[in-house]
Design a protein around this ligand. Structure first.
Ligand code: NAD
Length: 237
């Protein structure tokens, strides 16, 4: 019960890595607030967690819509009084090289994967600063360190999110708030289906979402003096 009594908000909790993080956080005793665009799927995840004895609440929230994010955070603060842990996880990925990528796709990646993360951080920070405590985990990607061909929109957005995480880490360490970037390698989730099914049909060299969730627990339970900026996890070769 390493997260007993903690209030954790997990974005993109309806699927993949976010769902695994929410499940494990609940098993570790956290009150988990599940957020994503898709309410129907969120409710199903909430039920699953509750069936196993965990505590979960869901909010429908598009992270690109600043007003929705602020209103959701206000609702959460009213209900729980605080957010101890924010897991910025909701993201999108589509694959195209620079010659083919559409302006719309590029802009959308920046909006969800960078501005969406910023919106959630900006909304919770005043409450964390007031309490001089908290943890912010930003799920980035190996593509936020090394770009591969055909990933221009995704990699650019993930490098942006990495910069955001670094800068906020520096700003908030004086308050004892931990901001940690998590860099998972390829993970078996629906996000990259179209691309990964082609490149690795048997999905042998993949992390499981549960592996990333364990790393998230580690990052969420770091003591304030740890000041650990990032952690990475790669599938075994
Ligand atoms: N799967 C991988 O190989 C991998 C590797 C490294 C990093 N990541 C990152 O992990 C995170 C989660 O990805 P996943 O693989 O679990 O994918 P996924 O598609 O299974 O889950 C994505 C989640 O984000 C939510 N979402 C998307 N846009 C949203 C928006 N505007 N507002 C609110 N919610 C939104 C979806 O509803 C869904 O719950 C992403 O940031 C992704 O870039 C994934």
């Amino acid at each position: 019960m390493r997260l007993k009594g903690k209030v954790a908000l997990v974005t993109g909790a309806s699927s993949g890595i976010g769902k695994a993080i929410a499940g494990l956080f609940a098993k570790e005793g956290a009150e988990v607030i599940l957020a994503a665009k898709d309410t129907r799927k969120l409710k199903a995840v909430q039920k699953e967690i509750q069936k196993e004895g965990g505590r979960a609440f869901s909010v429908s929230m598009d992270i690109t819509k600043r007003n929705q994010v602020y209103n959701s955070i206000k609702t959460i603060i009213k209900k729980y009084g605080r957010v101890d842990i924010l897991v910025n996880n909701a993201g999108i990925a589509r694959w195209d090289p620079i010659e083919n990528v559409s302006d719309r796709d590029f802009d959308e990646h920046m909006l969800v994967n960078v501005t969406g993360y910023y919106n959630c951080i900006k909304a919770v920070v005043p409450y964390m600063v007031k309490r001089k405590s908290g943890a912010i985990l930003n799920i980035i990607s190996g593509s936020g360190k090394n770009a591969r061909a055909g990933t221009v929109a995704y990699s650019t957005s993930k490098f942006g999110a990495a910069g955001l995480s670094d800068a906020v880490h520096e700003d908030l360490k004086k308050y004892g708030i931990n901001v940690t970037a998590i860099y998972p390698g390829k993970t078996d989730t629906p996000i990259h289906d179209a691309y990964l099914k082609k490149s690795d049909p048997k999905r042998k060299k993949f992390l499981r979402p549960e592996d990333v969730a364990k790393l998230a627990i580690y990052a969420a339970t770091l003591p304030p003096y740890a000041k650990l900026k990032e952690v990475s996890l790669r599938p075994e070769e």
